[in-house]
Design a binder for this molecule. Structure first.
Ligand code: HEM
Length: 275
């Protein structure tokens, strides 16, 4: 089960990385049909078709590994939670097809990103039980910090995806905060969407720093504490760099991937400290 959990997580993360690359490179319609690509199993020599195809390819592998993990996990533990990733795969494939059919409708695209972070989080949560040894339990305050941080990351992902899909990315080039225009100006609503994302992100960052400070003081959770404080700081820097660099592809893809890595790390922490 250990190697199956690791492969499931790696391919699920790869499918998210390819998904982010599809979005950033504008390859969402690289394959205008589904499930074939330009009527073929292997796409023609076209950059956008290959990016979209590689996304589908990593999704296929992650689906196979995760389905085996869930069936074995369910037979092993008899816990219904093991059926959740398979359910999310079905929802995600349906949303993926709808994204093509609706030519990337913003609401479908936001839902697709949100289900992706839930999917990766639950795989990290379930797989960690087979990969890592149990660590010392968290006290009630640390537990609260962990749950609030998880909620904060989820809302940062939702609001970030709304920023990207609503065309609010360019609404303000100020950092670290957004100065809102007067209400009634066309831009103020886009600015507000971005301001909400940043405020939720900064509050989540503070939570993550407090949580990692508490973890660093525990000998068997020190590494988790250092990792969380490092990736959280890096994510804030990527958000600021997004604005500062005018949205280079690498920073945009990095910003999405690090958000998913934070969510997975917190989900794993949840499992290994659960008693
Ligand atoms: C905990 C910290 C943060 C998390 C988890 C986070 C997460 C995300 C996610 C998941 C997206 C959506 C990407 C997509 O669907 O394409 C996003 C977009 C965005 N975020 Fe953040 N973010 C954080 C902090 C910040 C900060 C501090 C800033 C700015 C100062 C920022 C600015 C943006 C912008 C401008 C976008 C739109 C990017 C685009 O159009 O590609 N974020 N964020």
């Amino acid at each position: 089960m250990k190697s199956l959990s690791i492969f499931s997580f790696i391919f699920a993360l790869l499918s998210v990385i390819m998904g982010a690359t599809v979005r950033i490179t504008g390859s969402g319609l690289g394959c205008p049909d589904w499930p074939l690509c330009h009527g073929r199993l292997i796409p023609p020599a076209d950059f956008y078709a290959w990016i979209e195809w590689l996304h589908r390819f990593t999704v296929l592998f992650s689906t196979v590994f995760v389905s085996i993990l869930c069936i074995k996990g369910f037979l092993f533990n008899r816990k219904l939670v093991f059926l959740l990733p398979v359910t999310l795969i079905v929802v995600q494939i349906f949303l993926g097809a709808l994204t093509v059919i609706t030519e990337i409708h913003p609401i479908i695209a936001v839902l697709h990103t949100v289900v992706a972070v839930l999917y990766l989080g639950i795989i990290a949560h379930l797989g960690s039980g087979f990969v890592f040894a149990k660590k010392s339990p968290l006290d009630s305050e640390e537990n609260l910090m962990l749950r609030l941080s998880l909620a904060g990351i989820l809302f940062s992902v939702i609001t970030g995806s709304v920023v990207a899909r609503s065309g609010s990315s360019y609404a303000s080039d100020e950092i670290p905060l957004v100065t809102l225009f007067a209400f009634g100006s066309d831009l103020v609503y886009f600015q507000l969407i971005q301001a909400i994302h940043r405020i939720i992100a900064y509050l989540t960052f503070i939570l993550l720093l407090v949580l990692s400070y508490k973890l660093i003081r525990k000998s068997d959770l020190k590494l988790f504490g250092i990792l969380i404080s490092f990736v959280a700081t890096f994510q804030i820097c990527l958000g600021l760099l997004n604005i500062y660099t005018g949205f280079t592809d690498l920073v945009r893809v990095g910003h999405i991937i690090v958000a998913f890595i934070i969510a997975s790390t917190l989900s794993s922490l949840f499992t290994i400290t659960e008693q």
